[in-house]
Design a protein around this ligand. Sequence first.
Ligand SMILES: *[C@@H]1O[C@H](CO)[C@@H](O)[C@H](O)[C@H]1NC(C)=O
Ligand SMILES: *[C@@H]1O[C@H](CO)[C@@H](O)[C@H](O)[C@H]1NC(C)=O
Length: 365
Amino acid sequence: MGLLLLFLLLCGVADFARSLSITTPDQMIEKAKGETAYMPCKFTLSPEDHGPLDIEWLLSPPDNQQVDQVIILYSGDKIYDDYYPDLKGRVHFTSSDLKSGDASINVTNLQLSDTGTYQCKVKKAPGVGNKKIQLKVLVKPSGIRCYVDGSEEIGNDFKLKCEPKEGSLPLEYAWQKLSNAQKMPTSLIAEMTSPIISVKNATTEYSGTYSCTVSNRVGSDQCLLRLDVVPPSNRAGTIAGAIIGTLLALVLIGLIIFCCHKKRREKKYEKEVHHDIREDVPPPKSRTSTARSYIGSNHSSLGSMSPSNMEGYSKTQYNQVPSEDFERAPQSPTLPPTKVAAPNLSRMGAVPVMIPAQSKDGSIV
Ligand SMILES: *[C@@H]1O[C@H](CO)[C@@H](O)[C@H](O)[C@H]1NC(C)=O
Ligand SMILES: *[C@@H]1O[C@H](CO)[C@@H](O)[C@H](O)[C@H]1NC(C)=O
């Protein structure tokens, strides 16, 4: 009985050794967001594995609430990869010949939600094999800001701070003093791996350029900080200087704004004057008719004006108006009401007199 069991066991072991086996060990992979994760799964077949080759990759998300999801399948010589919307278009077999024994996949443009356990299952009956890969997607440290919290005066206490905007925990900090050929003050050495360095009773010995490097398992980033420890009086002088400078700048800006504004107003006034002239001037087309109407209505009440005068005015109008027209084209929407009135006036024969009167003191209208 015992012998038979041993025999069966040996057969089993032998059989197992000869059938399909996956040669890459289980492993854990850590990658940064946006990168590509290569998940190896290599296998060997045995002559006894006669069935069709099926390869299946499953994903078990880290929270156990969700069930395993098929993410890519090879079956009947075809690849199917449209199972899991979150990975759509981002999961591929790396080998073009899966039968050669390479079922590895790449997951591209990694997202934090891709974290989980991936399982490679290879079947070629009667052989079966599977292996697991744990993938952890992390965020590299980035957007680090270094700054001095407090005033950098001799005898003062202040802090040097190093703050990354993002980055997966755990984060490691490393301060270094780069410049002034001075070493890190001994009192700070204990804090060189902390996000905050506390300086007590500062001396000029602390002045210099510092770097802070923040790293985690997938990347690192750095920032620089310039520290100038100065005597308090000096500091006050600097501040006073800065305040005076700022005030001067403000006054200057104020002056510039005032001048610009004034100029603009002058310009606007000028334009308004022109505008008034233009409003009552009939369009060039009708001007000839205006002149004719004047000549034709010698006996009108406005006939006291001599034709030569009249000619002079109409000439100046003609010289002005077309250029005005061109300049003011964009504002024409405001003109129509007066434009309508102009031809009426011209028909009445009043225009030739009205125009000169207005062009002289335009704003009085
Ligand atoms: C899979 O990803 C690895 C690592 O990023 C890369 O070297 C390799 O070229 C990729 N293979 C394919 C087929 O995309
Ligand atoms: C600060 O440092 C100076 C000299 O380095 C020393 O004389 C003074 O006693 C210190 N003050 C404090 C409060 O430790």
